[in-house]
Design a protein around this ligand. Structure first.
Ligand code: 5GP
Length: 194
């Protein structure tokens, strides 16, 4: 997605060979026009998949998911990273190791919001080693619902998350695929041969 690639090039900061900071438009300050465009693109790519719910993780997954769910005319659910006092024990729980925080956290979704006949589109801001994706798949499976595919804003293709999801048979739609972040430069997969 050209707009997104331009934002990454112009406003992203390469922190190391494997971490990209995008606080200017996605992870802290949010570019709402870009988020709307991203959401519409996800909705277009999954329009024939009979999606009944969009599932993401708080907090950075919410902005790019909102318009996708709106356009697909389905609810958006975000998994919580901290169990709220108002949540009872009627929840699905899974464990996710965070690539950026280097810690394992429980993620929680109320059983009220995922049912057996749901076809779920999972959306997240980044795909790195696939840990967040794995936790969300686990929650969908606990609900006996079905994962219809993944919408990823930024895939770091040099890490193995994508491969794991493809090997497990899932459809993965990533709007920007990064081949490498070496020497402080962003190189996209589709620009390699150019
Ligand atoms: P994974 O679970 O696939 O290993 O990592 C994905 C999660 O870690 C995303 O939800 C995202 O929050 C975070 N993450 C992974 N890599 C990066 C990165 O390079 N930059 C930022 N900002 N977040 C990342």
């Amino acid at each position: 997605m050209q707009l997104l690639k331009e934002a990454i090039r112009e406003k992203g900061n390469v922190l190391s060979n494997d971490v990209l900071k995008v606080d200017h438009f996605l992870n802290h300050q949010v570019d709402t026009n870009l988020m709307i465009a991203i959401g519409l693109e996800f909705a277009k790519r999954f329009e024939n998949e009979k999606i009944t719910k969009v599932l993401t993780i708080e907090s950075s997954g919410i902005a790019p998911s909102l318009m996708a769910a709106n356009k697909l005319d389905v609810p958006l659910i975000f998994a919580r990273k901290k169990k709220s006092l108002t949540m009872n024990n009627n929840v699905f729980v899974s464990q996710v190791y965070s690539f950026t925080k280097r810690e394992t956290n429980d993620i929680t979704v109320s059983k009220d919001f995922l049912q057996e006949n749901d076809r779920v589109l999972i959306i997240d801001d980044f795909l790195a080693n696939g840990q967040a994706a794995k936790g969300l798949i686990d929650i969908v499976k606990q609900a006996k619902a079905e994962v219809a595919g993944f919408g990823i804003v930024i895939e770091k293709s040099f890490q193995d998350g994508r491969e794991q999801l493809i090997d497990a048979g899932y459809r993965v739609e990533s709007l920007a695929r990064i081949h490498s972040l070496e020497n402080g430069q962003v190189h996209f997969v589709d620009e390699l041969a150019k």
